[in-house]
Ligand binder design. Structure first.
Ligand SMILES: NC(=O)c1ccc[n+]([C@@H]2O[C@H](COP(=O)([O-])OP(=O)(O)OC[C@H]3O[C@@H](n4cnc5c(N)ncnc54)[C@H](O)[C@@H]3O)[C@@H](O)[C@H]2O)c1
Length: 356
């Protein structure tokens, strides 16, 4: 039995992509995970690499502008990829071909076809490929999933999700979020799509997305939309998401209502300060909703996923979100983006993924 806490048994990881979110991984997500040791950093942009090197106080020998160079120079077992989405699969393939296990940020890829290339390569090589869907690892989302699976509200009749943020105070042309591809659907709604599969245990079948951007939006592509998602068994989810909302702001999870035959469940959470903002309420047979006690979690969010990664690399259980199981979330995201452009209902590719 491996003692995951002893230094020599730590999983040695190379961290690729030290931009805004990668820096936050270094500060907040990696340090609590005793099962890993970050042994090298990689950023393709030299000034970003050097800035990260300085912040982290690292010697030149462990800082690289190429993953292949890093993998040759520093013995490692895994890679954490926090580069932007377009680089996820190329970097994942580079890592897998170097014999390294991969944990990659969301969104895994822009298309199922691209994501599948990495899934298949990992399976051929027998390496772990995991996607960091960090919103799953919060007590609110996990409790909602458990209660729904236990039938606490009976058969679901409909799910409603609202996400509202005001992210519109930067001058046009200077703020990179305004140029993101599909800033609502790729960058944000992917979290909610993944939670929808997780909490209901159902795969999406079709989606209609109506973009609702106001004429003054500074975003190049959709920053707000209303979606209708049909899931297996005819269950419908209404989803309203916006980066340009003046209405009361939601937590990152958004605000969820799971309406069932015997009652309803509400969920919100994934606040900026950890699980303390999570809240689940249960209202049964017309009675007012009562808060549900949530479990305490030693690690949550990205750190909880990273711990699963380390344990899977050491031969333990597969992580909750493998590359393959995440294909269903990518498929819904891809179809939603297609619908936003086509104005039609789009079928969601059936990937054979599971929503567990
Ligand atoms: N899960 C969450 O809650 C959450 C929150 C924010 C961002 N993210 C995700 O994190 C990822 C990174 O976002 P960000 O805001 O930090 O982006 P960013 O643009 O600030 O940083 C990305 C960094 O990756 C580097 N890079 C690009 N290609 C590379 C390559 N091939 N090899 C090495 N380095 C490379 C860039 O030079 C840059 O420094 C995105 O996928 C984003 O969706 C997730």
């Amino acid at each position: 039995m491996v003692d995951a806490d002893s230094t020599q048994d730590k999983v040695r990881i190379i961290h690729v992509g030290l931009g805004g979110w990668g820096g936050d991984w270094e500060k907040n997500a990696i340090p609590p995970v005793t099962e890993v040791e970050r042994v090298a950093i990689v950023d393709a942009h030299e000034p970003t690499l050097r800035a990260a090197q300085k912040t982290l106080g690292l010697p030149d020998e462990v800082c690289f502008t190429s993953l292949t160079e890093a993998a040759k120079a520093v013995p490692a077992e895994g890679v954490v990829v926090t580069a932007p989405m377009t680089f996820h699969v190329p970097v994942a393939l580079e890592a897998l071909d170097a014999g390294l296990h991969v944990l990659v940020e969301k969104p895994f890829a822009g298309t199922v076809a691209e994501a599948r290339t990495a899934v298949e390569r990992a399976e051929e090589l027998g390496l772990v490929l995991q996607v960091s869907q960090n919103y799953r690892f919060y007590p609110g989302a996990q409790t909602a999933r458990r209660l729904i699976a236990e039938g606490a509200v009976g058969d679901l009749s409909v799910v409603h999700v609202d996400f509202r943020r005001w992210d519109h105070d930067e001058p046009a042309g200077t703020y990179r979020h305004y140029q993101f591809p599909h800033p609502l659907i790729y960058d944000m709604a992917i979290h909610h799509f993944d939670l929808l599969r997780m909490t209901t245990g159902r795969e999406a079948v079709s989606v209609y997305a109506k973009v609702t951007d106001p004429p003054w939006s500074r975003y190049t592509e959709e920053a707000s939309a209303v979606l209708v998602v049909e899931l297996e068994g005819g269950l419908v989810c209404s989803y309203r998401g916006s980066w340009v909302s003046r209405a009361p702001q939601t937590a990152w999870d958004g605000e969820w209502v799971f309406d069932g035959a015997d009652g309803y469940l509400t969920l919100t959470g994934r606040g900026d300060d950890g699980p303390a903002d999570d809240e689940v309420r249960l209202g049964l047979r017309g009675r007012a909703a009562e808060p549900v006690e949530l479990p305490t979690m030693e690690l949550w969010g990205r750190s909880a996923g990273l711990r699963q990664f380390a344990r899977a690399v050491r031969g333990g259980a597969a992580p909750d979100v493998t590359g393959r199981s995440n294909l269903g979330s990518v498929a819904l995201m891809e179809a939603a983006a297609r619908s936003a452009a086509s104005g039609r209902v789009e079928q969601v590719e059936r990937t054979g993924g599971t929503s567990a």
